[in-house]
Design a binder for this molecule. Structure first.
Ligand code: OOG
Ligand code: NI
Length: 446
């Protein structure tokens, strides 16, 4: 019996339950992640106590409510079939594939997307994202090894029968009821669980590592274990310097833009992947080994940049000169470099219309930056390219031939992040102008 429509659990709720369950599982598997969470909670509380405007800005944007729940994770799958099924599983939780990231230019044999909610309201409730990479076996040069890897991957099923059945139920009935949703969360969690038993012998594992560590990580296990979970901090510089005192050794530098008055995009730091004991099948039963894959990461999110802003950012990153990127919200806005959410000021008396700038000057319309919800590996890959002296690229969003293959594997096109930010900005502006009683919104946007 399909559940009545009003008995269905909202996808946002299923996503929140899954994100919380995954976090609890990873905390149990990797205790250092628990330490990271407590460090980030302390630092965020400090920032809000400092009350230098950062906290108020977060509160105003609705980001504060989601902050302690906010995290992203990452998995790496081995086949087109696995990718297509994981896409259907994420869809049950209101998560869509956004953007295509080609990591090959950076020497990593995967391409990726990020599954995340896309509606502003859903993002406010819980922005849980999963960066999901698909192994590109065709980049393994050794033909015999490539064949062996393909056979190993073909022989595994990373989903439990229960998870598959519930994905179908959700697709057929338009969602899941309470009991189904809870069962879905625990069944899907199995896909993300760590398995200390390798499915290949020690020799094969060593050959896979020889081809690329990442290939060994994807091919040698029963499933695509979650390899990190990343909480969001309000002050990554403070988090970075507080890590050693907590017994966590951070990487040397923070990735992304430098510290700025107006945070943009994404800044990230991490601790080194752990050496974990694993067992290889062997004639004697099993052989002990070590695998290095799982790590911890912290991130600080800033404003989403427009294509023009992003091009400026990529150039600044390559030249290490960020002075070309304005560090003042109104400049970023006027120059069309970042995306903004506009709101009408309830008490403002509207004079005689005018353009957006005069409405802002009159205090009738305010704006705040839209938070960047995506990832930056493309810019990392771009830097690799420029370091290697290959040709300059335009915006970094040029079509890549592998993108079509990725979308074929995924079973659908990825969404364009820029179109999503543009839609949110446009909708906020239209609502603001409507609220102000303007009859011709298009006329005031110049
Ligand atoms: C994913 C790396 C991407 C991030 O924060 O940029 C990522 C991976 O290592 O599988 O998570
Ligand atoms: Ni990450």
């Amino acid at each position: 019996m399909p559940a009545a429509r009003d008995a269905l659990v909202h996808p946002d709720k299923i996503r929140s339950r899954f994100s919380a369950a995954l976090s609890a599982m990873y905390r149990a598997e990797v205790p250092q992640y628990g330490e990271l969470l407590s460090l980030v909670a302390d630092i965020n509380a400090d920032v809000l106590r400092r009350d230098d405007g950062a906290g108020r800005r977060q509160a105003a944007s609705g980001d504060l409510a989601r902050l302690s729940e906010e995290r992203h994770g990452a998995i790496r799958v081995g086949t087109a079939e696995e990718l297509a099924t994981i896409a259907r599983a994420f869809a049950v939780m209101g998560m869509q594939p956004v953007s295509y990231y080609n990591l090959a230019p950076a020497g990593v044999p995967v391409h990726s997307t990020a599954f995340r909610p896309v509606e502003p309201e859903a993002l406010r409730r819980n922005p849980f994202r999963v960066f999901c990479s698909l192994l590109r076996l065709e980049l393994i040069e050794d033909e015999a090894l490539r064949g062996e890897a393909a056979r190993t991957l073909a022989g595994r099923d990373i989903f439990t029968p229960g998870a598959c059945e519930l994905i179908e139920t959700a697709e057929r009935d338009g969602g899941l009821d309470e009991a189904q949703a809870d069962r879905f969360v625990s069944e899907l969690l199995e896909t993300f669980r760590w398995h200390a038993e390798a499915t290949v012998d020690a020799q094969t594992y060593a050959r896979l590592v020889g081809a690329h560590r990442l290939i060994a990580d994807v091919v040698s296990f029963k499933g695509p274990h979650i390899n990190h979970l990343t909480p969001r901090t309000l002050d990554i510089d403070a988090a970075q310097s507080a890590m050693p005192a907590r017994g966590i050794a951070p990487k040397e530098t923070i990735e992304g833009p430098p510290a700025r008055a107006c945070p943009i995009l994404l800044r990230q730091t991490s601790f080194k992947a752990l050496d974990e004991a694993i067992a290889f099948p062997s004639d004697e039963g099993s052989t002990a080994g070590v695998h290095t894959a799982r790590f911890g990461e912290i991130e600080q999110r800033g404003a989403a940049l427009t294509p023009a802003g992003r091009a400026l950012y990529d150039a600044a990153l390559a030249s290490k000169d960020f002075s070309t990127l304005p560090d003042e919200w109104d400049s970023l806005r006027r120059q069309g470099l970042a995306w903004f959410r506009y709101s009408a000021v309830a008490t403002a008396a509207l004079a005689d219309g005018g353009d957006l700038e005069s409405l802002i000057a009159a205090g009738a319309v305010t704006f705040e930056p839209i938070t960047y919800e995506d990832f930056l590996p493309v810019s990392a890959a771009g830097i690799f390219q420029s370091n290697l002296g290959s040709e300059a690229r335009d915006s970094g969003y040029a079509a890549d031939p592998a993108k079509a293959e990725f979308e074929q594997a995924l079973g659908r096109p990825v969404l364009d992040e820029m179109a999503l930010y543009q839609a949110e900005q446009d909708a906020s502006l239209a609502t603001a102008l409507k609220t102000l009683g303007d009859q011709a919104p298009a006329a005031v946007i110049v």
